[in-house]
Design a protein around this ligand. Structure first.
Ligand SMILES: [Zn+2]
Ligand SMILES: [Zn+2]
Length: 254
């Protein structure tokens, strides 16, 4: 089957390739559909699409939609964070994702969930009293709050495990961790939108399996949740990363 990929970044935010380069790579892979999901503009500095470039982003994706019509379906999307600026323009779809812990830092920003192992250690020490499970509870409480954004897709449900290889921070099977994660899933299931099976951490070598981890994926599916394969590609090589393999994996869960 020809693949689709709806989680794709470009040089409009923190990606390495232009939208058109990503379209050409997708055509080579035989994709039938490609969705662009720039990080929505944020109220503080960072890697997101700058607010004053939103119109350029929209115009470029809409241009590509026309140029490549009939060869590949191109969708205009955004990856929304809990702290993104409000969306005021029409988009084909919105991915809802959490990238920040909730405590506000001294400079008025927030600590990143996926900004590196050392920064994560520091965040846990400074803002969560050294308790990694408290950080996980904060993260998943934020994930539950994505509900208010009415996203079309739930992004990387357990991004917090990005740097947790070898249980470096927490035990992903501990009751406290699983309870927090399941609460978030329970809050989002009524939206009846797909949860990503996101291969971004696999393609970039951080983890061996996609988000969400097996116990959470099983919980989503057992409770009637839908899933969608996405790559979170930041460069052409990441597009549709190992989709055949992970589609088979999802099928094992029923
Ligand atoms: Zn993300
Ligand atoms: Zn992303």
């Amino acid at each position: 089957m020809r693949p689709s990929d709806l989680h794709v970044h470009t040089t409009f935010c923190d990606g390495a390739a232009s939208p058109e380069e990503m379209v050409r790579a997708a055509l080579e892979l035989g994709c039938r559909r490609l969705g662009f999901s720039a990080h929505a503009p944020m109220p503080f500095e960072g890697y997101a699409l700058p607010a004053d470039r939103e119109d350029d982003y929209r115009a470029e994706i809409l241009r590509l939609k026309e140029v490549y019509r009939g060869r590949i379906e191109i969708l205009l999307g955004l990856e929304l964070d809990l702290y993104s600026l409000p969306v005021t323009k029409p988009y084909d779809y919105l991915i809802g994702s959490v990238h920040f812990f909730s405590p506000v830092t001294e400079d008025g920003t927030r600590r990143e969930v996926d900004g590196g192992a050392e920064p994560l250690r520091d965040t846990i020490d400074r803002y969560f009293g050294g308790d990694p499970y408290a950080a996980a509870e904060d993260y998943f409480a934020s994930v539950a709050r994505l509900r208010a954004l009415s996203p079309t897709v739930i992004g990387h449900l357990d991004l917090i495990r990005k740097y947790n290889r070898g249980a470096a921070f927490f035990d992903e099977l501990s009751p406290r961790y699983l309870t927090a994660a399941r609460r978030a899933i329970d809050a989002l299931l009524p939206l009846d939108v797909p949860f990503e099976v996101n291969t971004g951490a696999v393609s970039r070598g951080y983890r061996e399996t996609p988000y969400p981890a097996a116990p959470l994926l099983a919980y989503v599916l057992k409770n009637g949740g839908k899933v969608i394969l996405t790559s979170d590609a930041h460069k052409p090589e990441g597009l549709c990363y190992e989709f055949d393999k992970w589609a088979e994996y999802v099928r094992m869960f029923g």
